[in-house]
Design a protein. Structure first.
Length: 434
């Protein structure tokens, strides 16, 4: 091989070594970012398949390319499973992320210049609900709900008033910081009164909703639900667009908004992975969702017992997979510092704005998620051990290298994916040893 080829190969190998090192970080560390998860071995087989290089546009039986017969079977099976799992007459399983699902839904439900209501990003709304994101791409006018900081949810009376005043085309509900179910019915009633469509963004909590442990938006007034397929729903990266309507015209509008609206090819290997994950969810999803919330509640209580300032104590801290902690004064950057210290100890988290913070890069808090640890078999008792490791790193000033060794020892006892079909060794973090 010539010298240049050698250098290029070395680049490729550097990338692959970093890929493996990233895997080792999670194999030996505690992945606690609330938007992440691991996939099962059978989902991994679908995702690592030849489908990753293929194209399909359209819907099963109605394609623009040849070669899609087998994929038609996959997508049709996936749609049927999704309708079952989400208890909905309509699901599109093509979208490539939660953001893409939101772009598609907003394309289907509103026109440029229309009014929308949503949770502000400062209160935990997602960037795709903001002018800087999908709402701006669609050129919609945004009014944000008044927020109840104590209850960590929209102030329902004030939000109903806002909806009646601004008469949105779409009342978007749901957020990224999602501790408790949104009191949906009253807001949905007000939205329907003024002719709005109610869109619920369940990106974070989709696995909990499908597992029956959070809330049931489509039966509480939501017309359309969007979400990611890889957060609490434990599938490959991607999205869903779900609707309660039986009307074929509504289905057509939503399907057209995904393709050709915001997707051309739509990552066929991930669609196959979603279908496998949906089948596994049918078998194990309820137990997984129940255990996830139990672990979050156990973790929050254990952190509080260690001396951490855990938000929403009066509501039992959390009813989801998330826990919020405050590490210093507002806008002090204490959350960023805590996240860095934890990373040195092998615990991967993210800083997060808490009520009253105004600076996304120097917030006072952390948002923690337990869904990945639940998937590798952590129990509520072990969440107490995890809280102890947090306290050693953050409250007792112990050498993070020492804590990291104990983190790795605990994590190495949890190397198999649970809540999925048996597929050999069910290795949660397969790859090369180092
Ligand atoms: C509420 C909400 N909606 C949408 C998204 C976007 O999801 P994705 O990362 O799949 O695009 C997120 C991501 O965190 C989210 O929290």
């Amino acid at each position: 091989m010539d010298k240049q080829g050698g250098a290029h190969r070395a680049s490729a190998e550097r990338v692959l070594n970093a890929v493996n090192d990233s895997r080792l970080l999670y194999q030996q560390g505690l992945g606690m970012i609330a938007s992440e998860n691991i996939i099962s071995p059978m989902v991994r087989r679908a995702v690592n398949s030849d489908l990753h290089g293929r194209y399909a546009e359209g819907l099963p039986g109605k394609r623009y390319y040849q070669g899609c017969l087998e994929f038609d079977t996959i997508e049709a099976e996936g749609i049927a499973l999704a309708q079952d799992v989400f208890n909905a007459p309509f699901v599109n399983i093509q979208s490539t992320s939660g953001t893409v699902s939101n772009m598609a839904a907003l394309k289907a439900l509103a026109k440029p210049g229309d009014q929308i209501t949503a949770v502000s990003t400062a209160d935990g709304g997602h960037i795709s609900h903001a002018r800087m994101g999908a709402v701006g791409v669609r050129d919609l006018n945004l009014a944000t709900y008044p927020w109840d900081e104590n209850r960590m949810e929209p102030d329902v009376d004030a939000s109903v008033k806002l909806i009646r005043e601004v008469k949105p085309k779409v009342a978007l509900i749901g957020q990224s910081v999602f501790l408790f179910p949104t009191p949906l019915q009253e807001m949905a009633d007000a939205a329907h009164e003024v002719g709005a469509t109610v869109m619920y963004d369940g990106a974070h909590v989709l696995g909990l909703i499908a597992g029956g442990v959070f809330q049931d938006p489509l039966r509480e007034g939501a017309d359309v639900m969007t979400g990611s397929s890889h957060k609490t729903f434990p599938g490959p990266q991607g999205g869903f667009v779900i609707a309660s309507s039986e009307d074929p015209a509504v289905h057509r509008r939503l399907n057209n908004a995904v393709f050709p609206g915001v997707c051309s090819s739509y990552h066929l290997h991930h669609v196959a992975g979603k279908a496998v994950a949906l089948a596994e969810f049918k078998a194990f999803g309820q137990a997984y969702a129940r255990d996830t919330v139990r672990n979050a509640q156990a973790f929050a209580s254990a952190l509080a017992a260690e001396g951490f300032d855990v938000l929403a104590e009066e509501r039992g801290y959390t009813a989801s997979h998330q826990v919020l902690t405050r590490h210093g004064p507002l806008d002090s950057g204490a959350g960023a510092k805590a996240a860095q210290t934890l990373e040195h100890a092998g615990i991967i988290t993210n800083m997060n704005m808490l009520p009253g913070d105004t600076k996304a890069l120097s917030p006072s808090g952390l948002r923690l998620g337990v869904q990945e640890l639940t998937r590798v078999g952590f129990t509520p008792d072990e969440m107490t051990d995890v809280a102890r490791l947090y306290a050693r790193a953050l409250l007792h000033g112990e050498d993070t290298a020492v804590v990291k060794r104990d983190v790795a020892a605990l994590k190495m006892e949890h190397q198999q994916v649970h809540y999925c079909f048996d597929d050999g060794d069910n290795d949660a973090y397969p790859g090369q040893p180092r």
